[in-house]
Design a protein around this ligand. Structure first.
Ligand code: RB5
Length: 149
């Protein structure tokens, strides 16, 4: 993904607020534009309220890739994965982020703020934004994801 003039939407709950601010700084320092869906403080909130709008907008194709953060990463991931064009991957090390892009063509990255440090999180974000989908046999598999029985 060429980072010039790319806008990255990002959303979190209170548990992810501090990490979100670090990630936003990284993105801006690296010439990305950021659309921040909140939350905007560490006051307790319900994560679906922040991440539904981001999931909706990725689903519509308004953005290519996004980032969601909560304490475990699970609540935000579960929420955005309700949208059919969303493939959100929970990543806690950069190798998982790399494979989520190469094999799953993930378009949203979920991170568990209470279980990873800032340095690892930035490494994950960098990998997620700079790794291409491999296609081929993986495309066939990704196309089957929405084929519910
Ligand atoms: C908030 O306490 C926590 O439940 C939330 O951040 C997240 O981990 C939920 O999945």
């Amino acid at each position: 993904m060429n980072n010039t003039k790319k806008t990255i939407p990002i959303a979190c709950d209170h548990a992810g607020y501090e990490l979100k601010q670090h990630v936003i700084k990284y993105l801006i320092d690296n010439q990305y534009d950021v659309k921040d869906y909140g939350t905007f403080s560490d006051e307790s909130v319900d994560y679906p309220d922040m991440v539904h709008p981001l999931g909706r907008d990725i689903n519509k194709g308004l953005f290519e890739r996004g980032i969601v953060i909560c304490g475990t990463g699970n609540g935000v991931q579960m929420t955005v994965n309700k949208y059919p064009n969303v493939r959100c991957a929970l990543c806690w090390i950069s190798e998982i982020a790399s494979l989520a892009r190469q094999h799953n063509n993930a378009n949203i990255l979920a991170m568990p703020a209470r279980f990873i440090g800032t340095e690892i999180a930035i490494d994950i974000v960098k990998t997620f934004l700079n790794t291409d989908f491999e296609g081929g046999r993986h495309l066939r598999r990704v196309e089957k994801i929405n084929q519910l029985l």
